[in-house]
Design a binder for this molecule. Structure first.
Ligand code: 13P
Length: 245
């Protein structure tokens, strides 16, 4: 699974130009899923550019936990679904650390996504201070429990999870494949606690300074089922190289 998080980049005209180039490089492929998370304002343009490529999915970077109401500036999962989104990022580290989003809100957003028929991609990961204190596993387990703990087993089994160590995002520092794999093992174990055997269906992606040079070694690890990429997904050629890994 190859997910591109464009963050606050690529206006509609840039997205059209990107997609013309990307589609030329990226043939239809059966054995993988590519998902784009553009700005909510660019999502419609991207969907139109992808109308003949139903193999490529789109999602939103954030949703509100309510379905509708007086929440100026927000988008609900229902509205996202109506614009053609199939996925929603929940609890991305920038939402948690720049916008102060809590574990509890992440749990409410997972529930809202499921209610609206969107697949949530819950992001978890420790800060550098938490890592240095030896709290990495405790932090990701807490974020998983709060994020997915209220969902039913069948719902947990249809979610996606991404491990994104905060210190590796946009810094050029990547967790070593072996380090990332051991955190992924702990995530897998907690998913089993939450959803039993059905949790085997949950893909666990790695994110944090993934690029065309390191994607293959990360994806070679047994517990890493895909990548969630920021910076390197903004360039059509670089992203198509990663998506073809
Ligand atoms: P970078 O790939 O730019 O480090 O961003 C990772 C990320 O936050 C993806 O959601």
């Amino acid at each position: 699974m190859f997910a591109a998080n464009w963050k606050m980049n690529h206006a509609p005209a840039d997205a059209e130009a990107f997609m013309r180039q990307f589609l030329a490089y990226y043939p239809r492929t059966q054995d993988r899923t590519v998902i784009f998370f553009p700005s909510a304002l660019t999502l419609h343009t991207l969907r139109l550019a992808l109308k003949d490529r139903t193999d490529i999915k789109v999602g939103v970077q954030n949703i509100h936990w309510e379905d509708h109401g007086a929440f100026t500036g927000e988008n609900s999962a229902t509205i996202a679904r109506g614009t053609g989104a199939k996925y929603a990022l929940v609890g991305h580290s920038e939402r948690r650390h720049v916008f102060g989003e809590t574990d509890e809100q992440a749990g409410l957003k997972v529930a809202a996504a499921i209610r609206a028929g969107l697949t949530p991609l819950l992001c978890v990961g420790e800060t550098l201070a938490e890592r240095e204190r030896g709290d990495t596993i405790a932090v990701v387990v807490r974020q998983l429990r709060e994020g997915l703990g209220k969902a039913e087993i069948a719902q947990v089994a249809s979610c996606l999870v991404a491990y994104e160590p905060v210190w590796a995002i946009g810094t050029g520092k990547t967790a070593s494949p072996a380090d990332a794999n051991s955190v992924h093992s702990a995530i897998r174990q907690e998913l089993r606690t939450l959803a039993g055997d059905r949790s085997e269906a949950v893909p666990v992606l790695y994110g944090g300074s993934v690029n065309r040079g390191n994607a293959a070694s990360l994806l070679a690890e047994a517990e890493i089922d895909g990548v969630l990429v920021g910076g390197a997904s903004l360039d059509a050629e670089a992203w198509s190289a990663i998506a073809r890994t």
